[in-house]
Design a protein around this ligand. Structure first.
Ligand code: A3P
Length: 319
């Protein structure tokens, strides 16, 4: 994978044109790239990520399929790994949206030139990516860097994405939920098929549990303090007895909760510092489990449940 693609923007664009193409949301086509349907704008960034990224053993990688809780996981990983530097009440997340603190490799770091010299960043560097596991550069796989993956019931993910995309009404056009559902169901879905994305990280976590921690949105929501502790252990930032006694785990879980993050001034009224189309409040909608039932027709629900059963059967994974 890593050798076949040029590093030059023009040549990348030419090469992309020869890939299978599919219509997605208005103005946002997908190409079948290395086995996954990737949004046009993300492909050059992924190629550069694959060919240029040099992982450090101390790097922390926040990974997810879009709308599965990336924003939340960014906050948790940042707070846990930086707690010796910042106090809870005065940390960078009170002034910046999590996406401006933990940059996306394909959408921020390698999309805009120049973004930032990655070499001068202090440890631990924290990055995020929606790149499926099989497409990650060998530099990450071969280093001792840690990968955390946030998964979610894909029906809730779909509803979340439909609302999110609905904010981007390109030239007044929008995609109905039934049209969007057909794309989701066919697997022609940005970074998808969604179930293949989830299964790729699930399998990697089973094969190498010290390298990949697989989380479920629903479980973290149910018991956030358990997972703050779990993340601390996994990432190499375990909580000391003193910190446990001081209630540090609870404080981080509470700070990163949907209610707290949504109501921070920066997330209520701010805009992304890094050039992007969305206002910060777009990343905080409802934060609930099971919201899909409010949007699916009975026939959509039947088809979606069957699809999930088929795709996840035998994997040991269910939502
Ligand atoms: P909903 O649209 O269902 O509310 P991502 O961060 O991957 O873009 O995912 C966005 C989803 O995560 C949205 O789901 C959003 O509300 C939810 N979310 C954002 N921050 C959260 C938090 N701190 N806790 C729980 N859910 C959160």
């Amino acid at each position: 994978n890593e050798e076949k693609y040029p590093n030059n923007d023009m040549e990348i664009q030419v090469q992309i044109q020869s890939l299978p193409r599919a219509k997605y949301w208005v103005g946002d086509d997908l190409y079948k790239f290395q086995g996954f349907w990737i949004p046009t704008v993300a492909i050059p960034g992924i190629i550069k990520f694959q060919t240029q990224f040099k992982a450090r053993d101390s790097d922390l990688l926040v990974t997810s399929f879009p709308k599965c809780g990336t924003t939340w996981l960014k906050s948790l990983v940042f707070m846990i790994s930086n707690r010796s530097i910042y106090s809870i009440s005065d940390n960078p997340l009170t002034k910046l949206n999590p996406h401006d603190i933990v940059p996306s490799l394909e959408y921020n770091v390698y999309r805009f030139k120049p973004y930032q010299d990655l070499e001068i960043l202090p440890n631990p560097r924290i990055f995020s990516t929606h790149t499926p596991h099989p497409l990650l550069p060998s530099s990450i796989i071969n280093s001792k860097s840690k990968i955390v993956y946030m998964s979610r019931n894909l029906l809730d993910q779909f509803v979340s994405r439909w609302h999110f995309k609905g904010r981007l009404k390109v030239q007044g056009a929008s995609t109905s939920i039934s049209e969007a559902f057909e794309m989701f169901h066919s697997g022609v879905d940005g970074f998808g098929p969604s179930w293949e994305h989830v299964l790729s990280y699930w399998k990697a976590s089973l094969e190498n549990p010290n390298k990949v921690l697989f989380l479920k949105y629903e479980e973290v929501k149910e018991n956030p303090t358990f997972y703050v502790k779990e993340l601390g252990d996994f990432l190499g930032y375990p909580f000391s007895e003193k910190e446990v006694k001081l209630g540090m785990i609870e404080e981080i879980a509470k700070f990163c909760s949907f209610e707290n993050m949504k109501n921070l001034e920066v997330n209520k009224s701010g805009k992304r510092a890094i050039a992007h189309s969305f206002e910060n409040n777009a990343y905080f909608r409802k934060g609930e489990v099971g919201d899909w039932a409010n949007y699916f027709s009975p026939s959509m629900a039947k088809r979606a449940i069957k699809l999930m059963d088929d795709k996840f059967s035998g994997s040991g994974l269910s939502f």
